[in-house]
Write a protein that binds this ligand. Sequence first.
Ligand SMILES: Cc1cc2nc3c(=O)[nH]c(=O)nc-3n(C[C@H](O)[C@H](O)[C@H](O)COP(=O)(O)OP(=O)(O)OC[C@H]3O[C@@H](n4cnc5c(N)ncnc54)[C@H](O)[C@@H]3O)c2cc1C
Length: 507
Amino acid sequence: MKEKEQTDILIIGSGLGGLVCAAILGSEGYKVLLVEKNKQVGGCLQTFSRDKVIFDSGVHYIGGLEKGQNLYQIFKYLGLMDKLKLQRMDENAFDKIIFEGDEKEYPMAQGYDHFISRLVEMFPEEEAAIRTYCDRIKEVCNKFPLYNLRIGEGMKEKADVLEIDTKGFIESITKNKRLQEVLAGNNALYAGVPDKTPFYVHALVINSYIESSWKCVDGGSQIGKILVQKIREYGGDIIRNAEVKSIVAENDLITHVVLADGQKLYAKHFISNIHPAQTLAMTDSHLIRNVYRKRLNSLENTISSFTINAVLKKDCFPYFKHNYYYHGDDDAVWNGWKYDEDSWPRNYAFFLSANSKSTEYAEALSLLTYMDYNDVAKWKDSFNTTSNIEDRGEDYEAFKIRKAEKLLDMAEKRFPGLRNCIEKYYVATPLSYRDYIGNADGSLYGIMKDYRDPLKTFISPRTKIPNLYLTGQNLVLHGILGVTISALVTCSSFTDLEVLVEKIRNA
Ligand SMILES: Cc1cc2nc3c(=O)[nH]c(=O)nc-3n(C[C@H](O)[C@H](O)[C@H](O)COP(=O)(O)OP(=O)(O)OC[C@H]3O[C@@H](n4cnc5c(N)ncnc54)[C@H](O)[C@@H]3O)c2cc1C
């Protein structure tokens, strides 16, 4: 058991946000302790293996990792860049957007000039609109200082771009419906919804992939493993299989957390890498007023997902270095998350995993589509992870197969022969994401940002309790890049941000 006050900073949850905070603050001389409920660290970075094939749970591709780009520079500072096994995606198309009834494949290429010229080939009349789109993305990204690894003026600098609506903006630059759909076609990357998703979210995400797009070879869990080594090198500790059940305050400060087995862990400061609403639900302190709780509880989460992870037969399905985003009807790009029993699924993302054994044939495919948590709510009382296997029952198994077969039927239409190449498949539902990652409703990316009230969905790393902080995807932005930047924001409460950014720039 940890002795009282031995730890400077206790971090709850070892998602990327927790790991990056631990690595940075460890290197700054703090004694850190990471507490993770799962056997495996990493949260969404976790990989799992089925029939000796590796699958990612929540990292299919990463942007910004070319030398000199934002994530490259931070990952270099964190000691990741010379260790990660990466594969650059197809420079002509990291994503291809495809539609029911349209044979064409609309490419999203890497590098702005290339991105523009490839789209102009498909839409020769629309060059001006495509250029306006790219200019606006760059302009908006420039307003986010940390994203550009510089110190800025906080909210003031970006205030005038927070209220731009993604769908509205795209519709304002072109009347061409197909181009509008293509530009928003990979919006599953941020679970985009009409009349809500701010353009800054679209811009920060898409810009990083246009700059450069990468897959982790043999899975994204390597990021977590390398960070764990770093944390240990700096004298930090990690406890796994340790679920925090409550965060205890005494005299206006958090003193300790209590684990599921009753163990108490003390520290001077606490950072929570889990959802802010779940963090507050575990914290009983008069400093957290009901209005603050209500505000956080009222924020809507992004929708959850349903994924088929298919083991492919040997030397059967060709490997390619791009993803597909398929839309099954006219309205599916923006409204694929609205469906009924008959219309589901309306779209899907198609990801092949990069593996070190073959670049000619794929061995793992993930097909991801939206699914609302309510679809599986009737099994919500069952809990299932590698260390706690509960049978959710035959009707749940039947539900998974029924849904998976529908999704496969849709994919087979566009990729004839795909079914024949599938050896076996496994399914992840919103309950799998809930249990393995820890969001209460299996939400893809946590709190949904809203351009109509942007400040409401901006979460500060500081809470009303002076030694309790937040980090992770619910702060600045989700995704590997967004969470890494959110971690810098959290670390700024402990270390001089200007100095830290300088160190990152000079890494
Ligand atoms: C299906 C899917 C696909 C994705 N694809 C991509 C992609 O291709 N590219 C990309 O950039 N991003 C992608 N993302 C998003 C990205 O993976 C996440 O935004 C990011 O990894 C979240 O990191 P985080 O630090 O917020 O924490 P999380 O990954 O949410 O981790 C939180 C951690 O806290 C732990 N925890 C929870 N409760 C407790 C508790 N009580 N006690 C102790 N520990 C606890 C959890 O077990 C977990 O390890 C995807 C996400 C999903 C779900």
